[in-house]
Design a protein. Structure first.
Length: 333
């Protein structure tokens, strides 16, 4: 797997256009924080950890254009504000911008030193993500038994993070260890990230896989001896309640009914300890057009009512464990 979800070159950020996959592999150039925010909003880039890193580079793009030290603080705050509004549920987005503001927002040094130090930090973060995802893969794969069959939802691979991914990294590690029999991937309506992205990444990695529609998941658990459900997360509250792609809650309910382990895999950065429970998590509602228009064609009758929450919140008592780079945080099962 030699594709890169983003890279910085010649003073511009290039984002792999995930809306174009799997038909073609192409990149979108971003020259400002505003460009990056637009790419986050329109789903060119997605996956909470990757959104965080893309936003960090967007912040840098605006600051790289600052010509005097007096304008640094205003530019930093303005860029952070615009980027922060692009995807409210993504904890990694907020956490990364807060980290940058603390470390670099008002740094007392020469302008050139500020820019060099910030760029060096962002490049080092990309290397650090390789280590973080490798640790999640190691901890999570230890939870799976030999000849495991797992179900996953949305996309949690290299396209959603830097490094090996979150839940996908666990799947990939289990495959490398020879104890994974098959992965079942939900199509993941309405953007079909499971069909378009996860199945593509599974194919790139040579992992045996089968696509199902979202409505087949409960029946699959009743018939196919599923060992575990593995998902990522956009935000985890202090008590373990987890916001993730819409449809995750349904999988957790079915998993509990059929006695299937349900694991959330995410970096520590995704855990928001300022939120006591899932009741405090803001769920983004997205455009109704994303539901009724498929591949550029409107399939639903005109004038109908559509509700489109992009995420749902799974209570912690439906979650067997949360896996991070620091280890396994157990709940049930």
């Amino acid at each position: 797997m030699n594709y890169r979800p983003l890279f910085f070159k010649n003073n511009a950020l290039y984002l792999l256009d995930q809306k174009a996959l799997p038909a073609k592999l192409c990149y979108r150039r971003c020259d400002s924080a505003r460009d990056v925010a637009c790419a986050i909003r329109d789903m060119t880039v997605r996956g909470a950890p990757l959104i965080g890193q893309a936003a960090a580079w967007g912040w840098y793009l605006d600051l790289a254009r600052v010509r005097d030290r007096r304008g640094w603080g205003d530019a930093a705050r303005r860029a952070a504000r615009g980027l922060g509004l692009a995807r409210p549920p993504a904890r990694n987005l907020k956490a990364r911008l807060e980290l940058l503001q603390r470390r670099f927002g008002n740094e007392e040094s020469t302008l050139l030193d500020k820019k060099r130090t910030l760029k060096k930090f962002l490049l080092a973060q990309e290397t650090e993500w390789e280590n973080i995802t490798a640790a999640m893969a190691r901890h999570g794969s230890g939870l799976l038994r030999a000849r495991a069959q797992v179900l996953t939802h949305c996309n949690t691979g290299r396209l959603a993070t830097l490094g090996r991914g979150t839940a996908f990294a666990v799947i990939d590690e289990a495959h490398r260890q020879g104890k994974l029999k098959r992965v079942f991937a939900c199509e993941t309506r309405p953007y079909l990230q499971g069909m378009r992205l996860t199945m593509w990444e599974l194919g790139q990695a040579g992992i045996p896989s089968t696509l199902i529609t979202d409505g087949m998941a409960a029946y699959l658990m009743s018939k196919k001896n599923i060992s575990a459900v593995l998902v990522g997360a956009d935000r985890v509250a202090a008590n373990g309640d987890t916001a993730n792609k819409i449809g995750t809650l349904s999988l957790a309910l079915a998993a509990k009914h059929y006695g299937v382990s349900f694991y959330v895999v995410c970096p520590e950065e995704t855990i928001d300890r300022s939120l006591g429970s899932g009741r405090d998590i803001v769920v983004e509602e997205r455009s109704t057009e994303e539901v009724v228009v498929i591949a550029g064609r409107r399939l639903a009758p005109p004038g109908i009512s559509v509700w489109h929450p992009a995420f749902d919140v799974t209570p912690h008592d439906l979650i067997s464990a949360v896996v991070t780079e620091k280890g396994v945080w157990r709940f049930r099962g």
